[in-house]
Design a protein. Structure first.
Length: 387
């Protein structure tokens, strides 16, 4: 089988990643792997169809290396542009980069810029600074202006926009803000809308070349189905598999009647109109006193309470119940543990009630901005637990 070289590029240098992607898409250059510290051995060559390799964050499992073809990247960019108003070509759309190219959302933003024929503008990449973000928005010059953020970044812009009109006006000037990577707390979304921020909630992953569902609707040629309660996705943006890991590839990707599907591992529902509702990770479930409890559902309820919009719910061992949910927050909570337990119990039942509310100086984060759940579970492990 024909192969091509695999070029490792430091994602801290976004311009180098941009140039490498340009060489791959326009000049048939090497495949691009934007990674600072590769996990395991890296081959010198990959399949000739490979355009981009993305190392996953490893938030709930060991990092994987996702293989994306040129056709997947192009299909994703076309689908995004069409969903936002199109057309892709003509230099009408410009993107503000605020996510590292080490992650698929950052690299794919650079791909969209290349295919649109516009230069991306770099916002704050080393730590998120609100003033730097507003200044970067002012440097966008195309008729249509977009960015992609994680919820924690949007929350900072909401908080700042409520007290600083200049920040509010800069953010509201964007035609769309794609928000993904994790669930967007409803209070943050509501406050953003009140400020005039144009938010598009996205769902997707490295395995789908970033977001392929916008505001609950599949974009482009994406198809969704639920198998045994777990979401599966097909379409031209689906990855080729995992580099050097045939077992993981076989477990996550399957062919059914000639159609290739990616099994996401997320529990989900499709309503009668086909709108997607993600319920949480299929593996993010504990058993407390013999009762299954979804930590994602507990977290969703907790985040509706005052002062807990960014709280994280993790599991902790319990000598009496086996495991129980624990709420961890990086700021003083406006809601007492008794209030949290009462509300969660009303919505999800007694077994789902958190046994503890832990306040830490700052929530440990992965490079993506997602909470480091492993670190938080290690933090709360061994504490005395009671229901």
């Amino acid at each position: 089988m024909p192969e091509r070289p695999l070029l490792i590029v430091d994602p801290a240098d976004w311009r180098a990643v941009h140039a490498a992607l340009r060489a791959r898409l326009e000049d048939d250059g090497p495949a691009v792997f934007p990674v600072a510290e590769p996990a395991g051995d890296i081959p010198a060559t990959v399949s000739a169809t490979t355009a981009l390799v993305i190392q996953t964050s490893g938030s709930t499992a060991q990092p994987k290396r996702v293989v994306l073809s040129e056709s997947a990247l192009r299909a994703s960019a076309r689908a995004t542009d069409a969903a936002l108003g199109g057309p892709l070509v003509g230099g009408t759309a410009q993107w503000l980069l605020c996510l590292s190219p080490a992650f698929v959302a950052g690299s794919q933003l650079l791909v969209r810029s290349l295919l649109a024929g516009t230069e991306p503008v770099a916002g704050p990449l080393d730590g998120f600074d609100v003033a730097a973000f507003a200044d970067a928005v002012a440097r966008l010059s195309a008729p249509r202006r977009y960015t992609a953020l994680v919820p924690a970044q949007l929350a900072r812009l909401v908080e700042a926009g409520e007290s600083a009109p200049a920040v509010r006006d800069a953010v509201a000037a964007l035609d769309a803000i794609l928000v993904g990577g994790q669930a967007l707390p409803a209070p943050v979304a509501s406050r953003a809308a009140e400020l005039g921020y144009r938010i598009v909630r996205t769902y997707g992953s490295s395995e789908t070349a970033t977001g392929c569902v916008y505001d609950g609707r599949p974009i482009g040629e994406t198809r969704l189905r639920i198998v045994d309660g777990v979401l599966e996705i097909s379409g031209p943006t689906v990855a080729d598999g995992y580099l050097g890991d045939p077992d993981a590839t076989a477990a996550a990707f399957r062919e059914d009647d000639g159609v290739r599907w990616y099994r996401t591992g997320d529990r989900a529902e499709l309503d009668v109109d086909g709108r997607l509702r993600v319920l949480g990770r299929a593996d993010n479930v504990l058993i407390s006193g013999g009762v299954k409890v979804s930590l994602d559902r507990v977290e969703a309820v907790v985040r509706e309470l005052p002062g807990l919009a960014e709280a994280v719910v993790v599991r902790a061992p319990s000598p009496e119940w086996g495991e129980t949910p624990v709420v961890v927050t990086g700021e003083p909570a406006a809601s007492a543990l008794s209030d949290v337990r009462t509300r969660v119990g009303e919505v999800l039942g007694a077994a789902a009630r958190p046994s503890r509310l832990v306040v830490v100086a700052a929530l440990p984060l992965l490079a993506t901005g997602k909470p480091d759940r492993r670190a938080l579970e290690a933090l709360v492990a061994g504490r005395p637990i009671g229901r």
